[in-house]
Design a protein around this ligand. Structure first.
Ligand SMILES: Cc1cc2nc3c(=O)[nH]c(=O)nc-3n(C[C@H](O)[C@H](O)[C@H](O)COP(=O)(O)O)c2cc1C
Length: 161
């Protein structure tokens, strides 16, 4: 039985892969997490305080060569986390992260590590291991569904102490 929760997804996507992943996850959550309220916001339209809204925060970004260095966050996610929200205190907020990438790059899907680092450095609480989606996300819906189930189980209020 699912308790009603509010999941806020903040994502950045340049060629549409991360957006596809977020939409596929939301699709599977419709059956796994019936009754949940889910809101998705693009990083470039997100203000620091928005990261505090909802019961659970999910950050999703692909890996880019932001600042001409490979292995970085998407530029919009970088600006949000390391400029606009650089002093934000997540104050124990339950969080989850998805990072995308391509196996042909040395720092494959390193965005996931950057997101995890932001959450822990800003006192958020990671409730599931970060998910890395490597290469095109099409056909990886089952991995998303399995991870989504983990996220739902970890989001139950009884698990928050
Ligand atoms: C210019 C450029 C730089 C990239 N740098 C990396 C990288 O350092 N590491 C990695 O794993 N993937 C890298 N990628 C691959 C993207 O992360 C991957 O295509 C991702 O699925 C794109 O997601 P998006 O469309 O949501 O932005 C790069 C892609 C491009 C075009």
């Amino acid at each position: 039985m699912n308790q009603r929760r509010f999941l806020h997804i903040v994502f950045a996507s340049t060629s549409g892969h991360t957006e596809y992943v977020v939409d596929a996850l939301i699709d599977s959550l419709k059956s796994i997490a019936q009754g949940w309220e889910i809101k998705e916001t693009m990083a470039e339209k997100t203000q620091p305080q928005d990261l505090l809204s909802g019961d659970v925060l999910l950050l999703a970004s692909a890996t880019w060569n932001t600042g001409s260095i490979e292995g970085q966050l998407n530029p919009h996610m970088w600006v949000l986390l390391h400029d606009k929200a650089k002093t934000l205190d997540l104050a124990g907020k339950p969080c989850a992260c998805i990072g995308l990438g391509d196996h042909r790059y040395f720092y494959t899907a390193r965005a996931a590590d950057h997101l995890q680092h932001y959450v822990t450095a800003h006192h958020g609480r990671l409730i599931v291991p970060v998910l890395k989606i490597i290469d095109e996300p099409y056909g990886q819906e089952e991995a998303l569904r399995v991870w989504g189930k983990q996220l739902v189980d970890a989001s139950k209020p009884a698990d928050r102490c």
